[in-house]
Design a protein around this ligand. Structure first.
Ligand SMILES: *Cc1c(COP(=O)(O)O)cnc(C)c1O
Length: 367
């Protein structure tokens, strides 16, 4: 056997999220009711509100549902516009279409997933109702600056933080920025309830609207709504696992530190964070220097190291048939996506996995 085959591994893409209290909370839910209006759901929402220091949390059935519901928290007419970068997953755009809104693709700032302020100004028009920041793979963006720019113009900032549970900017949770934040708790995300998500807002009025929307308009027949509620079993898992979030944050950040200190290949670098940014360790984002990053993606995947960005084909969203009508050239976005790979950092990786990843990446030659 060659040295390579002796070393070959399959690094798992995500972790098993089980927490010590899972069974305790699940059995409590089984005895006390499993609907989306059961007490366990409110307990889960309260735990998230306390963790983030934000007064209103609405648990919903998925991350996509959280974007769909967040849009119900703003005033709009069909055909109004929502600005976002074409670097996010299509999951963020489909709810915009489902709500009868029009996505406007804005370029990102160089080497960032954050909206470029100059291009954002070009994208804003009389029909703009909101912009969505979608920081990817746990790395913060300057959404605080985006918020300042939008607030002066009366436009709502939504953040899709599906990747950015517990990401910090300037010592505060990134989730404290913007009027509404959306999260996914899908099994592949930072925290898992299997399927699930939640919406957070500081506004009692918006929270009421959003909650009603997720519950058939509270059945009053006065406003439109659908059923986006999170079930009691998922909420039970959310409750037990929310207690482990800070612990997982710690492990992921330590994994990131360990990998970064072992990497010494000048062919790539970590994607820069804005000053005051603290990535949550959801994944390590590496940027190829002076060559096409898709080469690095292929190299690592052939050696058993999954790259999440491979799933998105490293292309701006307006390349997809469904979104071609909304095409608006975003050169920074296209360049950024082509330059990147992602590397897992989840808590199920042990030191020998991390050392294998570091050795493999250090052996990479772009040529
Ligand atoms: C995963 C993800 C979603 C969708 O979440 P689901 O829970 O799968 O519906 C939305 N936005 C972003 C940025 C995501 O990463």
């Amino acid at each position: 056997m060659s040295a390579l085959s002796l070393e070959a591994r399959r690094i798992p893409e995500t972790c098993i999220h089980d927490a010590p209290d899972d069974i305790v909370e699940l059995s409590r839910a089984l005895r006390n009711g499993l609907s989306g209006t059961a007490g366990i759901v409110s307990e889960y929402e309260a735990a998230l509100a306390a963790l983030y220091g934000v007064p209103h949390v609405i648990a919903v059935s998925s991350g996509a549902a959280s974007v769909h519901a967040a849009l119900a928290g703003i005033d709009f007419e069909p055909g109004d516009e929502v600005v976002l970068a074409p670097t996010c997953p299509i999951c963020t755009v489909l709810p915009i279409l489902a709500q009868g809104l029009v996505p406007v693709f804005c370029d990102v700032a160089p080497d960032s997933f954050g909206l470029d302020p100059d291009d954002l100004l070009r994208c804003l028009g009389p029909r703009t109702r909101a912009a969505i920041e979608v920081p990817m793979w746990g790395y913060p963006v300057r959404s605080d600056q985006t918020w300042t720019l939008l607030r002066e113009r009366g436009i709502t900032l939504i953040q899709d933080l599906a990747h950015c549970h517990l990401t910090r900017l300037n010592g505060k949770w990134l989730a404290r920025v913007g009027e509404i934040c959306c999260f996914s708790t899908h099994d592949c995300k930072f925290m898992s309830t299997g399927e699930g998500g939640f919406v957070m807002t500081t506004s009692a009025k918006r929270a009421e609207r959003i909650r009603a929307y997720t519950r058939f308009g509270d059945l009053t027949g006065k406003s439109v709504g659908v059923n986006l509620k999170l079930g009691g079993l998922q909420a039970a898992l959310g409750l037990s696992r929310s207690r482990r979030l800070l612990f997982h944050l710690d492990i992921r950040q330590r994994n990131r530190e360990r990998l970064l200190s072992a990497l010494d290949n000048p062919a790539f670098r970590e994607l820069p964070q804005p000053a005051g940014g603290e990535a949550n360790g959801y994944a390590l984002l590496l940027q190829a220097v002076g060559h096409d990053g898709r080469r690095l993606v292929r190299y690592q995947m052939a050696r058993g190291i999954p790259s999440d960005i491979g799933k998105y084909d490293n292309q701006p969203l307006y390349q997809l048939p469904l979104l071609a009508p909304y095409r608006r050239e975003c050169p920074n976005a296209a360049r950024l996506l082509r330059s990147l790979t992602t590397v897992p950092l989840h808590p199920d990786l042990d030191n020998s996995d991390l050392d294998y990843i570091a050795r493999t990446l250090n052996d990479y030659v772009p040529n």
